[in-house]
Design a protein around this ligand. Structure first.
Ligand code: PDD
Length: 286
C-alpha cells in the first residue's frame, strides 16, 4: 500500500504529492514543523504541538494556513488512511511558493504550503534502546539564535548526528559558552543526587512539548527539578542522564564523550519518568 500524504487540502499517494521548486521551504528553509507521536492509533499531546506551531508561525510572521482549524481532523485522517498504530506524524508549513526566488517575503496572496505525512513505527514505545541507553558526544552549538522557533533549518543538527555516528555514538549534545543547550533533536537532562537538571527555557533551545510534560510529572511525583544550564564535565559526573522528544519520549543516556554516566546503564529516575510519561500520555491521547 502506498502511503497517503496530505498536501494543501488533498490526500494523495506519496508519489503524486508535489511542491513547487519555488517553495520558500525548499529555497530558504523558510518553514516550520511539528512531529507528533501516535501510540495505539491516538495522538500524543496534540494540543501542545498545535500551540507551539501557532507560536512558531507568529514569531516568523508566517501566514496561517486555511486548514489550521482542521489539523486534528487531518492528523486523524492520516492515521486512519495509513493504518498507523504506532508512529509519527510530520507536519510542515512554509511561506509558500511565489512566482520567483526573492529574499523579501512574498505578498499576502501567496498561500502557505501545508504538508503532512505519517511514519509507521510499530512498537515505538518499546524501543530496545530504552533498555540499553544511548551514547552522546558533545559538539559546539553553532546554530542561529532563535532555536525556540521550530524551523526546518536542520542542516547543523543533521551534521551533528553524522559526527555522533562517526564517533560510534547515537546523538550529539550541543554546547554554547560551556553549557549544554540541547541534543540534535531533543532536550538534554542530567540527574545528580535525585535532582533533575535541564537547561532553562529561552531562545537558545526548543521548548520541548515532551520536556514540559516530563517536568510536570516529575514535580507531581515530588522529584526535585532545577532548570539551568550544565556543563559536559558536570554531565560526566552525574548519576544519570537522559533526553526527551516526541519520538524518543524519555531515553536514557549512558555515555557522554566516551565517559560512562553512573554505572553505564540506564538510571532509575529516567526509567521511572519514561514509565510515568508513557502511562499518562497514553491515557490523555486523543
Ligand atoms: N525534534 N530540541 C530540538 C532541537 C528538537 O528538534 C526537538 C524535537 C526537541 C524536543 O521537542 P519535543 O519534545 O516537542 O519533540 C528539542 C523532533 C522530534 C524532530 O525533529 O524529529
Amino acid at each position: 500500500m502506498s502511503r497517503i500524504v496530505y498536501v494543501n487540502g488533498d490526500y494523495l499517494p506519496e508519489e503524486e504529492a508535489k511542491v513547487s521548486i519555488f517553495d520558500r521551504g525548499f529555497l530558504f528553509a523558510d518553514g516550520v514543523y511539528e512531529v507528533t507521536s501516535v501510540l495505539g492509533g491516538k495522538l500524543i499531546d496534540f494540543d501542545g504541538h498545535k500551540t507551539r506551531l501557532q507560536r512558531s508561525l507568529n514569531e516568523l510572521d508566517m501566514p496561517v494556513p486555511e486548514a489550521m482549524d482542521d489539523l486534528l481532523e487531518i492528523h486523524r485522517a492520516l492515521v486512519e488512511k495509513n493504518e498507523i498504530t504506532d508512529g509519527l506524524i510530520y507536519l510542515q508549513i512554509t511561506r509558500g511558493a511565489p512566482a520567483d526566488r526573492d529574499f523579501a517575503f512574498p505578498s499576502a496572496d501567496v498561500k502557505p504550503t501545508l504538508v503532512l505525512f505519517t511514519q509507521s513505527k510499530p512498537g515505538l514505545a518499546e524501543s530496545p534502546q530504552a533498555k540499553t541507553g544511548i551514547k552522546v558526544i558533545s559538539i559546539e552549538d553553532i546554530r542561529w539564535g532563535r532555536r525556540d522557533i521550530k524551523t526546518v533549518q536542520l542542516l547543523y543538527p543533521s551534521m551533528g548526528k553524522m559526527m555522533a555516528k562517526k564517533a560510534g555514538a547515537e546523538d550529539a549534545w550541543m554546547v554554547e559558552d560551556g553549557l549544554v543547550t540541547e541534543g540534535s533533536s531533543n532536550n538534554a537532562y542530567i540527574v545528580k543526587g535525585n535532582k533533575i537538571i535541564t537547561r532553562h527555557l529561552g531562545t537558545e533551545i526548543l521548548h520541548g512539548i515532551t520536556r514540559a510534560a516530563v517536568l510536570r510529572f516529575a514535580r507531581e511525583a515530588q522529584m526535585e527539578v532545577e532548570e539551568r544550564g550544565f556543563s559536559i564535565d558536570e554531565a560526566k559526573n552525574a548519576d544519570e542522564a537522559f533526553i526527551t522528544s516526541a519520538s524518543a519520549f524519555v531515553m536514557p543516556v549512558v555515555n557522554v564523550d566516551g565517559v560512562a554516566i553512573g554505572d553505564g546503564t540506564p538510571g532509575p529516575i529516567a526509567a521511572r519518568l519514561r514509565e510515568i510519561y508513557l502511562d499518562e500520555m497514553r491515557k490523555a491521547a486523543i
